[in-house]
Design a protein around this ligand. Structure first.
Ligand SMILES: [Ca+2]
Length: 273
């Protein structure tokens, strides 16, 4: 990592000559186009079952050395400012029937996945965001401590989301947009149906009002079910087509919403129980 310091100095001296097409855009107080080192120690500490972590580094420490109930599922969303994201497991009490997974989540599509099990090993992505999913087997287990550090160039491929909610109650209903207005152009939003109490759940859409297109290539709701330790795409819908009622075997579902640059309508509603 010492070479990063040298590169930083060179880049600072060369200035715009080295990056003639690069605007000196500020990103978190650090100019883009400059390689940024990892934080010396994680700057955020998260101890909850799931959460949205927008940080250059963090420690996710969930029940280390303490008990976690059977079938517990937790999801942490990691959005880091730099394009290299290195995860490593510090300690774990998870058993062979439990899983801790990293899932690349570029463009709202669950992608390459690691099953993290080896303490000290590096699991690295070249761009984010990343979903961290804990899936406990059918017996109680013990927790873990995981850290991540981002470094490198500004991750310009990772947008700010236009909407995000984690739905953690046992049941409820949800509408987007919540105030009954039209959704916006260029939406990039996602919603986790992830009740804290583990159980099989049902996800049922009650309203759909999106711009319609063949293949739903303009505006779309895409639904994923966490099953057999993967985010499996169930359906992609638009227009007024209601998705099929979905059983969430592990109690975890993912609803993504994206729109193009024109034509907006009133969105969608669903309930879970
Ligand atoms: Ca549209």
């Amino acid at each position: 990592m010492k070479s990063f310091t040298v590169l930083q100095i060179v880049a600072l001296i060369a200035g715009t000559m080295a990056y003639p097409n690069m605007e000196p855009v500020k990103n978190g107080g650090r100019p883009s186009g400059i390689l940024v080192d990892e934080d010396a120690v994680p700057v955020v500490n998260v101890t909850t079952c799931g959460g949205y972590i927008n940080s250059s580094s963090a420690t996710i420490s969930y029940q280390p050395g303490a008990s976690i109930r059977a079938d517990q599922v937790c999801v942490w969303v990691v959005k880091a400012p730099y394009d290299s994201i290195r995860f490593h497991l510090v300690s774990t009490g998870l058993g062979e029937n439990d899983g801790l997974y990293l899932t690349r989540f570029i463009n709202l599509i669950p992608g390459f996945q690691y099953n993290i099990s080896t303490i000290g090993e590096n699991y690295t992505y070249t761009a984010g965001p990343v979903l961290v999913t804990l899936s406990v087997g059918h017996a109680p287990t013990r927790g873990f401590t995981l850290q991540f550090f981002s470094s490198g160039l500004a991750d310009v491929s990772t947008p700010d989301y236009t909407g995000y909610t984690s739905l953690t109650l046992n049941n409820g209903n949800f509408s987007y947009p919540a105030d009954g207005s039209n959704y916006r152009n260029n939406e990039r939003a996602f919603f986790l149906v992830n009740p804290t109490v583990p159980s099989i759940r049902t996800l049922r859409f009650t309203r759909m009002d999106l711009e319609s297109a063949s293949g739903c290539t303009y505006d779309a709701v895409v639904i994923y079910n966490w099953y057999e330790n993967r985010y499996n795409q169930i359906t992609r819908v638009c227009g007024t087509q209601l998705p099929p009622v979905l059983t969430l075997e592990s109690g975890l579902g993912l609803v993504t919403f994206e729109t193009d640059s024109s034509v907006v309508q009133t969105g969608f509603s669903f309930e879970w129980l």
